[in-house]
Every structure is written in structure tokens, then in C-alpha cells.
Design a binder for this molecule. Structure first.
Ligand SMILES: *Cc1c(COP(=O)(O)O)cnc(C)c1O
Length: 419
């Protein structure tokens, strides 16, 4: 898998051994490859082949400052969904004019913060949101740049929890509502129409839903032009999938060139909001076997990372490949559940996986964990969140310290009332 390869029987990230990192920082930890981020970002770049564009990394997939800074250096913008993500983007040095703000539930405070910082545009998802933004813009005496998120009602053929572009989902405006919304915005002197936006779901591994959605968007843009509403940005969202197992999603460059072909007669700048397809296979979660346990014919490896560290298996029944960090003879292979220490039956990283015999202390690498991994982690069961490490060729840096027990209680107050 790209930059995670065995050398002399030990799994490396680029030129650094995961064993070496484990000895230095302990387990569990997330490890990211900067080379992978660079390659994936550049693959998107190549697809645009000279067309005006911004690649806005979807921060929610992985919001570590080192990741954002690495992508920012390459020229990435950001797709944010909260004030906190805007704070991170600015901290990491991402250019404000390359930041787009998505999400169905922006608060007044968040809107003010984003307006003050002069971001590229707000992707508006409802009429009430538009009204609030207009009011805030008026109070601040500055126009708000907007685009509307439209819902093209195409089936992305992905997991229902991560499909967003269907009429039954909470996101965006329907195609018919959109025209009315643009009319209203055009008449509002505190809003300035910049673009149009859509995002149909995540982990999409076929081209057709993207093409269908884009054609619908293009049709709408033509109708808008007839009404005298012109835009300068077309935001096609994120959602391109990655290979977790045997999937073969389109390469970013091929995906973008296919869309650019569809857009041959359009002169707008394009925005794409990739998250998973940039960082998903840039990261792994390394964990240690604590105990082996047999219940009848079933074997369990109890490891020191759980659903609080990586929630995708429990949440979506997602598949993550699991590799021993040190290759072992394939003897004693049997169906094994790899489970965490959390007190929930749903706390597993893998189920019924053929695994070789390992002993306590063995390290395992949970692959494809760079997106929606650490970003979705929690302190459930009062477990400190894992350390994060980034590899740059032959060097590695801790980019987030492992939390301590003190960190866990840092914001808590005992009022001194007794009880
Ligand atoms: C989640 C999200 C993305 C990124 O999705 P990926 O599947 O990680 O590429 C992009 N845009 C919006 C609006 C999102 O909600």
C-alpha cells in the first residue's frame, strides 16, 4: 500500500520503521506519510491541467495541523464545516481566499468569525441560513460571498450513512428550490453570489454518480445564466473513494479530467473538496496485542486501540486491512476478532479475519486509517487519545502528543457543594 511497505520483514512508513516509532512514542499511535499526501494532492492538480481551480482539502477527514500545513504548502485550500476548523486552517497557514465553508448548522458566531476572516465563500444549505448570514453581513457592514449547495438527487451507491446527495438527506437545496434561492440572494444587497456547490456522498468508487451530478449542476447553471445570474465558481464537492480492500476507485487525475471534459464549454473556476482520497491511505493506526483469548473455536486478539481511537469498523462495519508490523510465518492462521479494551460488544477493529498466531506485545498496523480516524476519536472509557506521528522521508515527528490522564480532566470543575 503505497508508502507502507515491508523491509526485511518489518513494516515501514516511507523510510522509517513502525517498530522504531512504537519504541519511541508507545502505542497506540497514528502514523502519516507526507509523501502520500503530496502524491495524492499532485494527482488532483494534474487532472485540472491548467484550468482555473482550487483544491479545498476537507478538514473534517483529518484536521491535524501538520497535515493541514503540509497541504497548505502544496497550495491547498480548505473545506471547513465549523469555526474550529476555520481556526485550524488559519493556524496552519492556509490562505483565507481558498477557504470554503460548508455544513448545515453554522451558528451566528461562526458566520461572524468567517466573515471577519474574509473566506472565499459560504456554501449555504437552507433559506434560514441565508437569512441569518445576510443579517450578520449587514450588521458587520460587509457583503457575504455565497454559493448554494444543491442536492442533485443522484445515488452515490455508497453506505447510507455517508450518502448525502439524495432528496431524503438533510443536506443542500433541491434543484427546484435552488433557482428561487438564487433569485432571493441576487436581490439581497448583503449577499454576493459567487458560485454553486454540491457534494453527493463519500467513499464513491465509480465515476457515474459524479458525472450524473455534474451534468445536473451544469444544466442548472445554464438555467441560472438565462435568469441573469452568473457565477465564477463551480464546487463539485468531495467524496472520491479509496481502496480499503479490493475496491478500484478512479484515480484523482482521471476523475478530474473526466469532469473537465464535461465542462469543456464552461469558463468558471472549479473547486473540489477531497478528504478521504487525499489522506485515507496516508495513515495507519499502530496498536499492540495485549492478550490472546480463545472462546471455543473463536480467537480474539485484545489490542490497546479501540472504537474510541478508530470508530469506522463499529460505526459503518467498515473494513480495514490489518497487518502484523513484524511479518510472521503464516502458521496457526485462524479466524480472529481484533477487539479493543472498551466495554462495548461493538468495540472491534476487525471480525473473523484470518490472522497468524501472535503473542502479547506484537504490533499490528490497521491500514487506511488516515481519514476519519483520529478526527472521529473520543475519550470514551476515559481513554487518552492516541499520539499522531508524521513521516518525512527518513525522519518522523510527533505531530500530536498522546493525551495524558490530566488532559482528560482539564476542563472539569468540582463546585465544592459536597453533594
Ligand atoms: C465530508 C465532506 C467532504 C469530504 O468528503 P470525502 O469523502 O472525505 O472526500 C467534502 N465536502 C463536504 C461538504 C463534506 O461534507
Amino acid at each position: 500500500m503505497g508508502h507502507f511497505k515491508y523491509k526485511n520483514g518489518v513494516l515501514f512508513c516511507e523510510n522509517v520503521s513502525l517498530e522504531e516509532i512504537a519504541h519511541t512514542v508507545g502505542t497506540p499511535f497514528y502514523c502519516y506519510s507526507s509523501a502520500h499526501l503530496r502524491e495524492r494532492f499532485n494527482a488532483y492538480e494534474a487532472g485540472f491541467a491548467g484550468r482555473k481551480h482550487i483544491i479545498c482539502f476537507a478538514i473534517k477527514a483529518n484536521s491535524n495541523l501538520a497535515i493541514l500545513s503540509c497541504l497548505g504548502h502544496l497550495g491547498a485550500g480548505a473545506d471547513i464545516v465549523s469555526g474550529g476548523e476555520l481556526f485550524r486552517a488559519l493556524r496552519a497557514g492556509i490562505k483565507r481566499e481558498k477557504i470554503v465553508y460548508s455544513g448545515v448548522g453554522k451558528t451566528a458566531e461562526e458566520m461572524e468569525y468567517a466573515l471577519e476572516n474574509d473566506i472565499a465563500m459560504f456554501n449555504i444549505e437552507s433559506m434560514e441560513e441565508m437569512a441569518l448570514l445576510s443579517k450578520i453581513a449587514e450588521n458587520m457592514g460587509r457583503k457575504a460571498p455565497v454559493s448554494f449547495r444543491v442536492n442533485p438527487d443522484v445515488d452515490p451507491k455508497t453506505h447510507p450513512y455517508i450518502s448525502t446527495g439524495l432528496k431524503k438527506n438533510k443536506f443542500g437545496l433541491s434543484m427546484d428550490q435552488a433557482l428561487a434561492a438564487y433569485k432571493r440572494a441576487a436581490a439581497d444587497k448583503w449577499l454576493s453570489i459567487k458560485g454553486i456547490d454540491c457534494h453527493i456522498g463519500s467513499q464513491i468508487i465509480e465515476m457515474s454518480p459524479f458525472i450524473d451530478a455534474f451534468r445536473r449542476l451544469r444544466k442548472l447553471i445554464k438555467e441560472m445564466a438565462k435568469m441573469g445570474i452568473s457565477i465564477s465558481y463551480v464546487d463539485i464537492g468531495g467524496g472520491l473513494g479509496i481502496a480499503y480492500r479490493e475496491e478500484s476507485p478512479p484515480e484523482p487525475g482521471d476523475y478530474i479530467s473526466a469532469i473537465m471534459e464535461e465542462a469543456a464549454d464552461m469558463d468558471q473556476a472549479f473547486i473540489v473538496e477531497p478528504g478521504r482520497s487525499i489522506c485515507g491511505n496516508a495513515g495507519v493506526l499502530v496498536t499492540k496485542v495485549l492478550f490472546t483469548k480463545e472462546n471455543g473455536s473463536k480467537r480474539f486478539y485484545i489490542v490497546d486501540a479501540g472504537m474510541n481511537d478508530l470508530g469506522r469498523p463499529s460505526l459503518y462495519n467498515a473494513y480495514h486491512e490489518i497487518r502484523p508490523v513484524r511479518k510472521v510465518e503464516k502458521e496457526g492462521v485462524s479466524e480472529t476478532d481484533i477487539v479493543g479494551p472498551i466495554c462495548e460488544t461493538g468495540d472491534f477493529l476487525a471480525r473473523s479475519r484470518p490472522m497468524p498466531r501472535l503473542t502479547s506485545g506484537s504490533l499490528l498496523s490497521v491500514m487506511s486509517a488516515g481519514a476519519y480516524g483520529f478526527a472521529m476519536s473520543s475519550n470514551y472509557n476515559s481513554r487518552p487519545r492516541a499520539a499522531e506521528v508524521m513521516v518525512y522521508g527518513g525522519r518522523f515527528h510527533v505531530v500530536r502528543n498522546r493525551e495524558s490522564w490530566r488532559d482528560l480532566v482539564a476542563g472539569e470543575i468540582v463546585p465544592g457543594e459536597g453533594c
